[in-house]
Design a protein around this ligand. Structure first.
Ligand code: CA
Length: 274
């Protein structure tokens, strides 16, 4: 019995010291598909949006951004909230790639911006290969690639309603004639080719805003970019993984300490009855 108690105590101390990773099934799924950018938006404070991918392209929170906001799924950790008037994330240049997938979770709390667009992710410029990923005033999602021809790719109108969380993924493949797929909550809504198929050029970019306009009013979470095309199975696996959680280390510690208490109580009772 003494050995058992010592073992449990060792486990509890190991867990308490951070021995169990904070990784989640969702972050494991994302990182397993080799993103070139991954903002989990889990920061407690500060102005740095930490890139969990090997690229290390940290972003900068600017203006009306609130951290530690409630997210859409249990496995996503916390989200960030943008005020729709001044809040956005400055994203460094990433490079030029034949294939690009953009993935995020979003909850539009206000109305889509009038005029052109509400920005999800937009490169500072709109030169050949630059990508703009927007919600339009008709509540459709638009995937635009400069040099991709006049036919920007749009989901059906009304795709995005306010105050609902969505998992949104768009893939682009210049080697396949600019073929673009857009998925909402793991389901493909759109599969169309752009009119042209330039290499992407992911220069400096902005999440939730664009050059002092197109601000996003609502929350976003776990934003990722890949230099590959995620297929439908990968997209669905990500969507489903967000609902899975592993016990928080503190919960495991409490459970282990509770078990220790029960064992100790049992030992005392046996001692008294001998
Ligand atoms: Ca998060």
């Amino acid at each position: 019995m003494k050995r058992t108690v010592s073992g449990l105590l060792a486990i509890a101390l190991y867990v308490a010291s951070g021995g169990i990773s904070a990784a989640s099934p969702y972050s494991d799924a994302v990182l397993g598909d080799n993103p070139i950018l991954y903002y989990q938006f889990d920061e407690l404070n500060g102005t740095t949006a930490v890139d969990s991918s090997p690229t290390g392209a940290d972003g900068i929170y600017i203006g009306g951004v609130q951290l530690q906001q409630a997210s859409g799924k249990a496995g996503l950790g916390s989200a960030v909230s943008f005020d729709g008037a001044s809040g956005w994330v400055d994203v460094p240049a990433l490079g030029s790639f034949p294939q690009v997938t953009i993935e995020t979770w979003l909850n539009l709390e206000g109305e889509p911006a009038g005029g052109c667009c509400t920005s999800i992710y937009s490169t500072d410029t709109f030169a050949t290969g630059n990508i703009h990923f927007n919600i339009k005033s008709g509540r459709d999602i638009e995937h635009a690639v400069a040099g991709g021809g006049p036919n920007n790719i749009n989901t059906p109108g009304g795709t995005i309603q306010s105050n609902i969380w969505y998992h949104v993924v768009a893939t682009y493949d210049s080697a396949a004639g600019g073929e673009t797929h857009i998925y909402i909550d793991g389901v493909e809504t759109t599969n169309l080719p752009h009119g042209g198929a330039p290499l992407t050029a992911l220069v400096d970019a902005q999440i939730a805003g664009w050059n002092g306009a197109r601000y996003f009013d609502g929350r976003m979470d776990d934003f990722a970019i890949y230099d590959s095309v995620l297929d439908v199975d990968q997209v669905q696996a990500h969507f489903e993984a967000a609902s899975n959680v592993i016990p928080e280390p503190s919960s495991i510690v409490l459970a282990a300490l509770g078990l220790l208490g029960l064992i100790a109580h049992g030992r005392r009772r046996r001692y008294r009855t001998q």
